[in-house]
Structures are given as structure tokens and as C-alpha cells.
Design a protein around this ligand. Structure first.
Ligand SMILES: *[C@@H]1O[C@H](CO)[C@@H](O)[C@H](O)[C@H]1NC(C)=O
Ligand SMILES: *[C@@H]1O[C@H](CO)[C@@H](O)[C@H](O)[C@H]1NC(C)=O
Ligand SMILES: *[C@@H]1O[C@H](CO)[C@@H](O)[C@H](O)[C@H]1NC(C)=O
Ligand SMILES: [Cu+2]
Length: 632
């Protein structure tokens, strides 16, 4: 009997290279009256009904008054970077039953005051701050919208910056500047919260990303509101022209004779959708029930997913699943590019960058829309309307089929359409848009999908075409337009999946396909493949690197729960599009994104270890990553 080993694990399921960062022109924009279901209200009177329900507007208001009465914050208020539910312990949540009183409600707050980071716990029932830990680890909380705004405003007070802009011939009315997280590259920039600001020309185009002002980087201290460093080395690099950069449908439809049009299309559900959302966050559809909530950092969190078996019993599958970190390293050592090694979840937040979905284009008819309830930097409640949509998908696919040749006496064709349930959210992290889907199938499969759209982050170059490049060595990506390089980069998305197959005590097995050779004279076959199952005994056994020529399956199973045949019940983890990071393990970006050293990690359940890049990620040295936890 295998030793039960309680696990939660992380998989990188997707990695998309620069060439797949495509956008598609939608010639079929829909704008007829919508029939979606809206949860929209002002949320003034919301009350939590489930232990995992997000903080409500009244709760956020209460936390704000608790914080303002709290000693260290009474003279000057901190900037609230994140404020969210401090989930009760798993044991309390699992044993809670509908109708019972909720476990005590607590909030977890990351705040910055005078350059110091506070990690606070606020007890809503007691009305007090129960813990306040200052400056844990090397990093800072994620940047707020207010931080990013501050950084751009600081620039205009600087004459040297003004002169750099004037030297490029850019009108201040066309100037667009954005803050980039600086990563961590040694002691030079430690001890202060900084961002690196770079600018673009928005002249004659809404797509300013295609018109970078290359070679100008301003390092700004966001707390002191001052410029730390200004580097201007790119005055000789032209700003790429605006020609053909506009992507707006209203503009581009003028050229519709060049764009293939398709007739309007819509999926019909004459009896309406067959899912329900109860008490605001509990989704019930077909044989699935799960809790779904928006999160400022992870974007969406799926909890307590259970599936109904043939005998009617609800069986647990997953306690919690969410995107834990996203690593986006650009491959250019140039002084204006080397630091671009984003950790989008910890530095920007997938929920903080999620905007209202476009009805009928982002989500189909009959979608249900869920609002995000968050807090602004001053601790006031903030509603992100229509942030998540839930819908049934029928994409014309076959769910299951079989047919028989009539000659055999069985004239049969059996075919069933594939209908699934999707929970979707889109994060617009600067230039790119991540489309996150959790898709549930009636056969028990949970499919996690990420789509990438939006704009490339491009680099301006003096080169106009491949014929006038004297030496292609300084090209860090393909020339994608005149004076524009699409710098090579990747997006690695890591998921935290706390699987609870038929209960909490689960194990992890690698089922490795190996070649066996037949004995002389045994068979006309010389070789065959055999599946060898190895159950992980330690975390080290479960650090998985994928290899096409050493193929494996990965099973999470419950050794104590057996089928009629004696097989343990389990789920298979099926990797989707994957790519390994080839960066040096001691390269600063890779230390911080050490989660990408392996494609699967398995660690014991620990409620303090949810964010694989660390709790405080901005400018962190990588001292709180899954690699550090796992080494311990
Ligand atoms: C820089 O230019 C902006 C826009 O014209 C102006 O408002 C600002 O005062 C200038 N700053 C300095 C220091 O001259
Ligand atoms: C899970 O395993 C632990 C340690 O082996 C044991 O104490 C506990 O009772 C088990 N729980 C269940 C639900 O089997
Ligand atoms: C849980 O995680 C925290 C943070 O990484 C760590 O300090 C603590 O030792 C862990 N607890 C256990 C029981 O491993
Ligand atoms: Cu990309």
C-alpha cells in the first residue's frame, strides 16, 4: 500500500512564444441587445454566505475604519496595495455546512507606509488588527494604479526629461508613459520602491505601443515621488511611423473590402442556460458544483469543485485552483530592456488588471456576469463590474461518438454533442490581454486554458528592412515592421492546484513509459513499451521536467479510495502547451521565477505557500519562491 502523501501542486501548463502573440480582427462585432444575466448592483448590502466568499462592501468599509483607528496608521494613512479575505483554515471550510454560522471573518492586508511594507491580519468579528509584520522578505506588494500614475506625473516636473522628449520632436499632448516593474538585479536599486518609466508617441494612432520612444528610461522612486535616474541613449533611433497601426474596428472597417466578412452567428439556448449561480458564488451545472470568486491577485479562484457520480454521490476533486504566477522574460540584454522579466501576478495582479468584459464579444449570449469587489489604495471599496463571465459552450464539437459498419449487422451511429461550462476572465496587463478559462466537462475533465491577445511589446530600431542591416547580431527578435523589432520572449503561467480526490490525503505518481526488449525467440517484436508507476515519496521525487523521449503520465490519486477493480481513484494531469526556461538558474530573473525550473512541483499543503513567486514579489530577490520552500 502506498504511503498517503498530502499534496498540492503546481503545473506550468502553457508557455507561448512571441510568434503566437497574435491578434485577430473580429469582423463580426456584436452589439445587439444583450441577454446576459447581470449580477450588477452597488453591493452596498452584500453579506457573505460561504466561508470562502470574498470580502463585501460593508466588510471593506469596516476594515478601513479598523485600520484608521490602528495606532501605527493613525497619523498618516498607508497605501493599501491589496486587501482580501484571509481564508479560514481548510479544515474549517471543509467541515462547514450550508446554514451553519461562518467561521470568523478575517482580512489579509498588504500596505505600504513610509517605504515600509506591512503584512496585516484584520479580525472583522473582534474589530482589531491581530497581526502586523513589517518588512518580511526582500520584496514589496504589487504596484497600485495610483503608484503607476504617480510615476508618470513625476516625469513632467523634470527639465531633463522634457528636453529628451522635445529632442525627439514629440508633442507633450501625444506622450504616453507607462511604468514597468524593475525586477531585481543587485543592491543598486534596493531599499526603495521603484518603477522604470518608458514612453511612447500616441500621435495619430490609438496603438501607441507600436511607437516606442526607444532608449529613454526613467527610474522613479514612487514613495519619494522623485526621479532616481534618467538614461537617454536613443535619440538616433527613429520613432516608428503610425502607418497601419490602428486596430480599432471603427477605423479599419473602412477597408472592409479587404477583410473577409462572415455572416452574424449566435448560439441559441431556447430554454435558457442550464447552470445556476447560488448565493452569488456557488456555480451548479450538470454534474459539477464549485465556488467561484474574483481575486485581485489571482484573477479567479475556483474552490471546492465536486463532481456527482452515477450513484448521485458528490465526490471532491479540487479544493482550490488558481493562477499563482506568470513569468514574462524578454530576451534582450540592452540597458533599456534587460529588466523586462515581469511577474504579472505578484507585480500587477490578474484581478487588478481585469476590466469589464465586452458582452457578446468576450462572452456569448446567456452568460452570467460576476462583479469583482476590491479596495482602492485608500481602502475604499471598488467595484469592477462584469469581471468574470460564466457560460455554456457548444462549439460544434463532438463529445463522444461511435459508428458501426452496417455489413457487420450492427447499423449504428451514436453521437453526442460536446457541451461544457466555462468561467472566463480577461486581464489586460499593459500591452497584452490574457484570456483565462476554466472549462468543466460532463465526463469529469477540468480544462484550464489561456489565450493571449493584444499588442506586442516592441523595440524601435534604425533598421527599416532586412536589406539595410549590416550585422544582425544586435537583433533580439524579428523585424515585424519598418523600424520595429518584436523582441523574443515567453509567457510562463503557473497554476496552483490543491487537488482533493475523494478526500484530502492524496498521492502523486509518475507513470513512465519505458522500452522493454523481448527475449530472443520470444516474439517477432523486438521491443515494446511498458508503463512503470512510481509514487513520489518526497518533494524531490515530484520535481518534474517534461521530455518527449522520456514520456510520462502524471496521476494524483487517493490510495484509500478504490474502484470495484481495486484501482485507486485519481485524476491525470495532462500538460498542455509547454516550454522550459533555458535561462541560467542563477540569472536574477530565473531565481525569482524558479517555479519555471520544473514543470510540476508537489509540495505539502501550507496555507502560507500559495504564491510561487513569493508573497511580496515586486523587486524581490527570489527568497520566498517554491524552490526555496521545496529545498527546505
Ligand atoms: C515639462 O513640460 C510640461 C508640459 O509642457 C510642463 O507642464 C512642465 O512644466 C515642464 N517641466 C519643466 C521642469 O519645465
Ligand atoms: C489523512 O492522513 C493523516 C495522516 O496519515 C491521518 O491522520 C488522517 O486521518 C487522514 N485523513 C483521512 C480523511 O483519511
Ligand atoms: C509553511 O510556510 C511558511 C512560509 O513559507 C513556513 O515559514 C512554514 O515553516 C511552513 N510550515 C510548515 C509546517 O512547513
Ligand atoms: Cu507575448
Amino acid at each position: 500500500m502506498e504511503k498517503p502523501y498530502r499534496i498540492q501542486f503546481f503545473i506550468i501548463i502553457i508557455s507561448i512564444a512571441v510568434f503566437t502573440c497574435a491578434y485577430s480582427r473580429n469582423t463580426n462585432l456584436r452589439s445587439s441587445s444583450n441577454t446576459g444575466v447581470h449580477n450588477s448592483n452597488h453591493h452596498f448590502t452584500d453579506t457573505p454566505l460561504h466561508p470562502l466568499d470574498p470580502l463585501t462592501v460593508p466588510e471593506i468599509n469596516k476594515i478601513r475604519s479598523i485600520l484608521s483607528a490602528y495606532g501605527p496608521f493613525s497619523s498618516s494613512s498607508p497605501s493599501i496595495n491589496t486587501l482580501s479575505l484571509d481564508e479560514p483554515d481548510k479544515s474549517q471550510v471543509v467541515s462547514w455546512k450550508t446554514g451553519e454560522p461562518l467561521p470568523p471573518r478575517r482580512a489579509s492586508v498588504l500596505a505600504v507606509l513610509d517605504g515600509q511594507t506591512h503584512v496585516l491580519t484584520v479580525d472583522l468579528n473582534l474589530g482589531v488588527v491581530t497581526t502586523d509584520v513589517v518588512n518580511v522578505g526582500s520584496g514589496y506588494p504589487m504596484l497600485t494604479t495610483e503608484d503607476q500614475l504617480t510615476a508618470s506625473l513625476v516625469l513632467y516636473s523634470n527639465l531633463e526629461f522634457n528636453n529628451s522628449i522635445l529632442a525627439r520632436g514629440v508633442d507633450f499632448n501625444d506622450l504616453v508613459c507607462g511604468s514597468s516593474s524593475p525586477g531585481w538585479f543587485g543592491p543598486g536599486e534596493e531599499g526603495k520602491r521603484i518603477v522604470k518609466v518608458q514612453c511612447f508617441s500616441g500621435q495619430n494612432t490609438p496603438n501607441y505601443y507600436m511607437r516606442p520612444i526607444e532608449g529613454l528610461t526613467v527610474t522613479v522612486d514612487v514613495d519619494k515621488r522623485e526621479i532616481v535616474k534618467l538614461t537617454d541613449t536613443g535619440r538616433h533611433i527613429p520613432i516608428p511611423k503610425e502607418t497601419n497601426t490602428d486596430y480599432l474596428y471603427a477605423t479599419t472597417s473602412q477597408f472592409s473590402d479587404m477583410t473577409p466578412e462572415t455572416n452574424p452567428m449566435s448560439m441559441e439556448q431556447p430554454k435558457g442556460p442550464s447552470f445556476t449561480v447560488e448565493n452569488g458564488h456557488t456555480v451548479k451545472w450538470a454534474n459539477w458544483v464549485f465556488h467561484l470568486k474574483p481575486d485581485i491577485r489571482a484573477g479567479m479562484i475556483i474552490s471546492q469543485a465536486v463532481v456527482q457520480a452515477e450513484n448521485g454521490e458528490y465526490r471532491s476533486v479540487m479544493y482550490k485552483g488558481f493562477a499563482s504566477e506568470v513569468f514574462v522574460p524578454y530576451m534582450d540584454p540592452d540597458q533599456h530592456w534587460y529588466f523586462k522579466s515581469y511577474l504579472d501576478v505578484g507585480e500587477y495582479g490578474l484581478g487588478a488588471t481585469a476590466m469589464a468584459l465586452v458582452e457578446l464579444n468576450d462572452c456569448p449570449r446567456y452568460s452570467y456576469y460576476m462583479d469583482g469587489v476590491f479596495a482602492t489604495a485608500d481602502g475604499r471599496p471598488f467595484i469592477q463590474p462584469n469581471m468574470i463571465c460564466i457560460f455554456e459552450r457548444y462549439a460544434g464539437d463532438i463529445g463522444w461518438r461511435h459508428s458501426e459498419i452496417p455489413a457487420m449487422g450492427f447499423d449504428m451511429r451514436e453521437s453526442r454533442p460536446k457541451v461544457t461550462l466555462v468561467a472566463r476572465m480577461v486581464s489586460s496587463v499593459g500591452n497584452y490581454d490574457y484570456i483565462f478559462d476554466w472549462e468543466f466537462q460532463t465526463d469529469g475533465v477540468i480544462r484550464i486554458k489561456v489565450g493571449l491577445s493584444g499588442m506586442l511589446l516592441v523595440k524601435a530600431t534604425p533598421y527599416e528592412n532586412l536589406y539595410n542591416i549590416p550585422n544582425t547580431d544586435d537583433m533580439t527578435g524579428p523585424l515585424v515592421s519598418e523600424n520595429v523589432i518584436g523582441v523574443v520572449h515567453d509567457h510562463y503561467i503557473s497554476y496552483h492546484l490543491d487537488m482533493d480526490i475523494d478526500g484530502q490525503n492524496n498521492s502523486f505518481a509518475e507513470v513512465n513509459l519505458v522500452k522493454e526488449e523481448s527475449l530472443p525467440g520470444q516474439s517477432p517484436r523486438k521491443s515494446y513499451l511498458k508503463a512503470k508507476r512510481k509514487v513520489a515519496k518526497t518533494e524531490n521525487d515530484a520535481k518534474i521536467k517534461f521530455s518527449l523521449y522520456d514520456p510520462s503520465e502524471f496521476h494524483v490519486f487517493n490510495p484509500a479510495r478504490r474502484s470495484r477493480l481495486g484501482n485507486p481513484t485519481g485524476y491525470k494531469i495532462v500538460p498542455g502547451g509547454t516550454a522550459a526556461s533555458l535561462l541560467d538558474h542563477d540569472d536574477p530573473p530565473q531565481i525569482r521565477a524558479a517555479v519555471t525550473n520544473n514543470q510540476i512541483w508537489v509540495t505539502p499543503h501550507n496555507r502560507s505557500e500559495e504564491w510561487v513567486g513569493g508573497l511580496l514579489v515586486s523587486q524581490s530577490k527570489g527568497d520566498d519562491t517554491i524552490a526555496v520552500w521545496s529545498a527546505r
